[in-house]
Design a protein around this ligand. Structure first.
Ligand SMILES: Cc1cc2nc3c(=O)[nH]c(=O)nc-3n(C[C@H](O)[C@H](O)[C@H](O)COP(=O)(O)O)c2cc1C
Length: 373
């Protein structure tokens, strides 16, 4: 993330560590694991704060929450309890020293001037450590709860563009501005104070489509990309290169991050056994099937083998890259992702707070030894 983007001087996400690490999804009950095991993540405030402090002490760079409004049902009501992400970030920023904490915000659901001021407030609380994940939404059921319409895909991003343009204007040194666009007409807008320290918060998004990625390239400091099943190392490396090159052509710098789901245990057998226990034997299959059905993945639309593969993939961290093994194997996998050009990884665990200490004690030193931290 180059200072050319106006985020100069910001802390953790700009550290010189080659592979940055974050925790993904801890604001939601069950986090990213669609499982019934009793130790699954609560997502409660005390657990989130305890986790954030642990991560802060260990030098983890960021926490990325999920903007989710409606759970997925099933026997666990998967992600049925979620802490709102900007207020969550405010609390965590107040309770930590170095971490960057993101808010994940659905552009169509919050007026941009209110959002801009919320972000500035969070940023002042964190003394420059707030980050913004802009999402456009995809879940029609959630939008119905707000009485909002989920626009067609292209218009979603056009709307988000104007929304973010207004936010950037509100953060700019201008005393007052007018804005006339397709979606907003604002007159005499004032927004003070400005973000902390004369810079602006890190902005990311996680678009997967060409339109979503072009949005990131135009506007963001970081793009988060899931590695799709069956994509080779070469294709992944090429994806990262392309995104960075397109940004450079536009006079910008962008970092590409990915998402991993870690099961790390003293032996590979222990890790595989736990993975099997939590993610297959005790998956919340009713919730998994609800999630898949929302994307029209059903036994009617997919062949049995492919349907089962997608079910397993979804149960394990909602489709993030499974990283299962002993500390050597986990570190080696992460080193491979760094070699593909990723600037960092947002990881999840079945129980973040129980599993993070072992990960930090065993995997982080291995990453230090290979020059990645
Ligand atoms: C790391 C990551 C985080 C995401 N967080 C959210 C989220 O919190 N809420 C949400 O509705 N969508 C979220 N998404 C979905 C993306 O914003 C995006 O809609 C999706 O990747 C599809 O891309 P597209 O919009 O370009 O089609 C996330 C995706 C990824 C990979």
């Amino acid at each position: 993330m180059g200072p050319s983007n106006g985020t100069g001087g910001r802390t953790a996400m700009r550290s010189t560590k080659r592979l940055k690490l974050g925790l993904f999804g801890a604001n939601c009950s069950s986090g990213r694991a669609v499982t019934l095991v009793p130790e699954r993540w609560s997502g409660s405030w005390p657990d989130c704060l305890r986790l954030a402090r642990m991560a802060d002490e260990a030098g983890i760079e960021f926490m990325l929450p999920i903007g989710r409004w409606k759970g997925y049902g099933g026997d666990s009501d998967y992600q049925g309890e979620t802490l709102e992400t900007v207020t969550w970030a405010c609390g965590l920023l107040a309770g930590t020293k170095r971490l960057t904490v993101f808010g994940t915000v659905h552009a169509p659901l919050v007026a941009p001037l209110i959002a801009a001021k919320q972000f500035v407030t969070a940023d002042h609380i964190g003394e420059g450590r707030f980050g913004l994940n802009v999402v456009c939404g995809w879940n029609a059921g959630e939008f119905e709860m707000f009485g909002a319409t989920l626009r067609d895909h292209q218009s979603r991003y056009e709307y988000a563009q104007e929304w973010l343009d207004v936010i950037k204007l509100a953060w700019s040194p201008q005393e007052e501005f007018d804005f006339v666009g397709r979606f907003f007409a604002l007159k005499g807008a004032r927004a003070k104070p400005k973000p902390y320290g004369g810079t602006r918060p890190i902005i990311m998004n996680a678009g997967a489509s060409p339109t979503g990625q072009a949005f990131a390239i135009r506007n963001c400091d970081a793009l988060f990309s899931n590695i799709s099943h069956g994509i080779s190392f070469e294709e992944t490396t090429q994806h990262v290169k392309n995104v960075r090159a397109l940004a450079r052509e536009a006079g910008r710098e962008i970092d590409v991050y990915t998402v991993g789901v870690v099961t790390c245990r003293p032996t590979t057998k222990d890790a595989e056994d736990y993975y099997h226990h939590a993610i297959i034997d005790n998956a919340d299959w009713r919730a998994v099937d609800n999630i898949l059905a929302m994307r029209d993945v059903t036994p009617q639309t997919h062949a049995p083998e492919e349907f089962q593969r997608l079910r397993n993939h979804q149960a394990n961290g909602m489709g993030g890259l499974p990283i299962v093994g002993d500390p050597d194997a986990v570190a080696a996998r992460m080193a491979q992702l760094a070699a593909a050009g990723f600037a960092g990884i947002a990881v999840s665990f079945v129980n973040y707070a129980d599993e993070l200490p072992y990960f930090c004690a065993e995997v982080l030193p291995r990453l230090v030894r290979c020059g990645l931290r």
